[in-house]
Design a protein around this ligand. Structure first.
Ligand SMILES: [Fe+2]
Ligand SMILES: [Fe+2]
Length: 331
């Protein structure tokens, strides 16, 4: 089967194959970027049978890849500031993360990755203070958070590359918005992409929750279970190093082959460790605050990237601190 050129092509191939969606995916596309982008698109198409325009948006992926190639340093540094959920963020954790990256100086700092909580829109069983409908002003209220975030990152680390990846909350909101404002979805999508680009400072990679640089996959979605990091790696037949967010807690899995080794890690989060929709719980059992730092040895890509989860601890007055490079850094 030929590789598809667009989501439409995949969709047509699926119909022509007569296979179930799941078999089709597993047989032809499991683990590919195209697959993930397409799967999200499919979910949205199924969610509401309205016509999407096939108009190609201008994505910044080529620009991003070029910029990554142009980085002269041997060790490429990436800082993942995961699951901020602005609106339900832990402000001290967020502040501390900016201080850490100021010291770490990453070349790449992905944005998105469940950065926004859409005014506490939730799919979880909820009480009346929260909501599960998109509101027209959600974007208007969320985009300033994103701009503030981008400003904070760029003033801590001028010149760091800022790609954007979707979190499931963005997809939720989009799908909900399609139901709530069927006639305005194109405009909303455009407003979303525009907003996330933050006046050209952020690179919008397309409708995807992940990207790969050198030998490292960075993605939002993670599987659950006993060892999510292992399950995430299984999705790539144990032949990929992965950083995945979404589950707000740490896990790690390593695989060593005769010539190459791989590491998979899940990240902590920067939101409140008891989410607003579980306010009745004192503390979520497994969630932790922190960020994830990675270094890729670009001269030896057979060696798995070095990935560190830096856990934040709570001090006095809810302030947070972390031990980093032998010093204590405080919010
Ligand atoms: Fe999240
Ligand atoms: Fe998530």
């Amino acid at each position: 089967m030929d590789m598809p050129f667009s989501n439409e092509d995949v969709f047509n191939q699926l119909r022509a194959s007569g296979l179930s969606e799941k078999t089709f995916y597993n047989r032809y596309y499991a683990g590919t970027i195209e697959f993930h982008a397409f799967r999200h698109r499919m979910k949205r198409i199924r969610a509401k049978s309205i016509q999407f325009s096939n108009q190609q948006k201008t994505y910044d992926m080529p620009m991003f890849q070029k910029a990554v190639k142009a980085i002269p340093d041997r060790f490429l540094k990436i800082a993942v500031l995961p699951d901020i959920h602005f609106g339900d963020e832990n402000p001290h954790a967020v502040e501390l993360s900016y201080k850490i990256i100021e010291i770490f100086k990453p070349h790449i700092t992905p944005t998105g990755n469940d950065e926004l909580s859409y005014n506490r829109m939730t799919r979880h069983p909820t009480d009346p203070r929260h909501h599960n409908h998109a509101r027209p002003d959600d974007l208007k209220e969320m985009i300033p958070y994103h701009q503030m975030h981008v400003r904070a990152i760029t003033s801590a680390v001028p010149g760091t590359l800022l790609p954007f990846i979707y979190g499931n909350h963005d997809f939720w909101w989009m799908r909900q918005a399609m139901e709530d404002f069927p006639n305005g979805i194109e405009t909303l999508e455009d407003a979303f992409v525009d907003g996330m680009r933050a006046n050209g400072k952020v690179m919008y990679l397309g409708e995807t929750d992940r990207f790969k640089i050198h030998n490292l996959m960075i993605q939002h979605i993670s599987k659950g279970g006993v060892n999510p990091a292992k399950s995430n790696m299984a999705e790539y037949n144990f032949q990929e190093s992965v950083i995945a967010s979404h589950i707000h807690r740490r896990s790690i899995h390593t695989v060593a082959g005769p010539n190459r080794n791989f590491v998979s890690v899940t990240t902590p989060c920067l939101c409140n460790v008891t989410p607003y929709y579980q306010g009745y719980i004192k503390k979520h059992t497994a969630w932790e605050n922190g960020i994830t730092l990675a270094e890729i040895d670009t001269h030896n890509l057979d060696q798995a990237p070095e990935i560190t989860n830096l856990i934040f601890h709570e001090g006095k007055n809810k302030k947070m601190y972390a031990r980093f490079y032998g010093q204590e850094v405080h919010s």
